[in-house]
Ligand binder design. Sequence first.
Ligand code: ZN
Length: 419
Amino acid sequence: MRQWNNARGSGTLFSVDLLDEDGSEIKGTFFKQDADKWFQILQEGQVYAFTGGKVKVANKKFSSFNAEYELTFDSSTQINPINDDSRIGSATYAFVKLNEMEALEANKVLDVIAVVKSVEDHAQFVSRAGKQLDKRNLILVDDTCTEINLTLWGDMAKADGSRWEGNPVVAFKGVKLSDFSGRSLNSLNASTLVNDPDVPETADLRAWFDAAGGGSSFKSVTVRNGGGGGSDDAAKKDISQRYTLQSITDGNLGNGEKPDWAVVKATISFIKLDGERLPWYTACPKEGCNKKVTETMEGAWQCEKCNQTHPECQRRYMLSMQISDNTGKAWVTAFNDQGVELLDNRTADELFQMKEEGNDAELEELFSEACFKTYMLTLRVKTDMYNDETRSRKTLQRLAPVDVKAECAALLDAIAKYN
Ligand SMILES: [Zn+2]
């Protein structure tokens, strides 16, 4: 049972997957008071006669079936249980083996039967839209000696985890294939999960896993750590250890308690120079302090951290810049050390002098010269709240020019692995 909210109102709904004696399947949905009534009564595996309700064209985005139509039940619906009709089997599946996942297109909804090799604890995080999300990761294996990550979402993630323990054989009907981190699977609201389903594959997988299969070395089609997460050095050598700007978003980086780190190969596309804020701030000149200082009436600089007044201040960079890669773009903040590196080893004090002397053209040229260069960038990613909205804050921690020779070796290596 789920809650829905839209412009026309709100309420509860739940869906059933129906199977008849021809082996045809169709989805049926109950809303509001009909949902409240029938959710209590209907039982999985029981045969019923349904009368009343409407037929409509299926919205395949929300359905785990390929059926062209689906049913909406309403207050006119009558449902009567029938003694077990042996002509009706249990759910039909079109299982896809795990070693076929890499060849399939992303976003396909499919059925999988596999052994649950391991299970992670239920985890909660806040989405970019500020919504509380529940997830639980499973690692599935099958007798093709392939393993894949499957993420359960929502109620399926929150539900008691004991059904996943002891390496059960589970049929997953209507799960979605994603190309996040190589290949991975995700549950949908309409997905159904059955432990030890009544199909021949169950016994085959059980026998395989218990005999020797469990100790096999598996080829994983899911890249661990969300397709990145490597150290700077590892990421330079191995492309799979890097993130892209899109995979930072897809992987929900920065949503945990601690910030996440990501190495990306990206191009500086824009550094903000005009605007309400200068690209530097006035900092305390005392070694290691770096605190923002304010000018006193006498023209000196007051540091609240050191509790001292200094005759001079030091300007330090705080650059707001846009970076781009082949998957998208992102705003990143760069502080002083990285700013000096980006801006031709000029200090913020030098640039301040330029501006004081009215040398705006030189300043602008320096900023545009810094653009359209590609670097290996190490970013710190953390989601925070700003004006009641969540946003992903990315700060540049380190940068290195792309070493062309090493990059060619990394690309050749990636191509070899791809084959
Ligand atoms: Zn200070």
